[in-house]
Design a protein around this ligand. Structure first.
Ligand code: NDP
Length: 259
């Protein structure tokens, strides 16, 4: 049934070699989409592309640092030439954090996080707009965070970039509805990815993750494919009247007032 299929659609997923982005690439490809992705590490990207081709998925990739304006422009040029000037799905996934008390952030920390997490998805949405419009059915999905909805101790700059994404989702949904482009936002809670493994691998990190699980009603972290399934759903024709929403994937964490 075509309401539950992405066959014939094209997608760009930023940061698809690991974690949530990786799961989104596989989910969209499995539902029939042709996917382009990117990351900064060429050998890891090539390895993933080989694995996807072995699985029978149609995925291509570019090396691109999403925090760079000229590299974002090159990425969209590439996508435009690959997909004939059209794009159905843009998943703005790239993001990172530096965790410090607010008074210790430097100007460099601020610029790096703003460029990587927010400016990148703002500019990618601007650049993708003509392609999304030309496709006739466009979808943008932002990967935000529960940290953009409530306080979580993962850095105030990170949380502010996610809060900005949540608002941008609403603006684009209303501004671009006339172009048949929907915009939605997925807000995960702590998810088992390389980001979490790298930051929270020590004794203190393990303790912190234990505390996260204990205040989460479902008492565990998310798997990346529990996030990617919502991303895919939002892009399906079956979700054609859903726009401007931020939806948490969080095992109940953000509605739990009595942890
Ligand atoms: P990971 O660090 O595990 O994966 C990030 C992916 O993006 C990798 O493929 C990485 O490849 C790529 N990437 C990172 N920086 C850049 C860049 N500047 N340019 C291009 N590619 C880049 O992250 P997650 O999967 O955990 O996170 C993905 C998104 O989900 C982020 O926006 C994050 O904020 C959000 N999120 C994650 C949560 C979690 O608990 N994991 C919770 C809530 C939200 P490479 O490094 O080689 O470039």
């Amino acid at each position: 049934n075509s309401r539950w299929s992405l066959t014939g659609m094209t997608a760009l997923v930023t940061g698809g070699t690991r974690g949530i982005g990786f799961a989104v690439v596989e989910e969209l490809a499995e539902l029939g989409a042709e996917v382009h992705t990117c990351s900064r590490n060429e050998s890891e990207l090539n390895q993933r592309l080989q694995e996807w081709s072995d699985k029978g998925f149609t995925v291509t990739g570019s090396v691109c640092d999403l925090s760079s304006r000229p590299q974002r422009e090159q990425l969209i040029e590439k996508v435009s030439s690959l997909f004939d000037g059209k794009l159905n799905i843009l998943t703005n996934n790239v993001g990172t954090s530096i965790v410090k008390p607010t008074i210790e952030y430097t100007a460099e920390d601020y610029s790096m996080l703003m460029a990587t997490n927010f400016e990148s998805c703002y500019h990618m949405s601007q650049l993708a707009h003509p392609l999304l419009k030309a496709s006739g059915v466009g979808n943008i999905v932002f990967i935000s965070s529960v940290a953009g909805l409530v306080h979580a101790p993962v850095g105030s700059i990170y949380s502010a970039t996610k809060g900005a994404m949540n608002q941008l989702t609403k603006n684009l949904a209303c501004e671009w509805a006339e172009d048949n482009i929907r915009a939605n936002c997925v807000a995960p809670w702590f998810t088992k990815t390389s980001l979490v493994e790298n930051y929270l691998n020590g004794v203190e990190g393990k303790k912190f993750l234990g505390a996260v699980a204990s205040r989460t009603p479902m008492k565990r972290l998310a798997e990346a494919n529990e996030v990617s399934s919502l991303v895919a759903f939002l892009c399906l024709p079956a979700a054609s009247y859903i726009t401007g929403q931020t939806i948490a994937v969080d095992g109940g964490a953000s509605v739990n007032g009595f942890p």
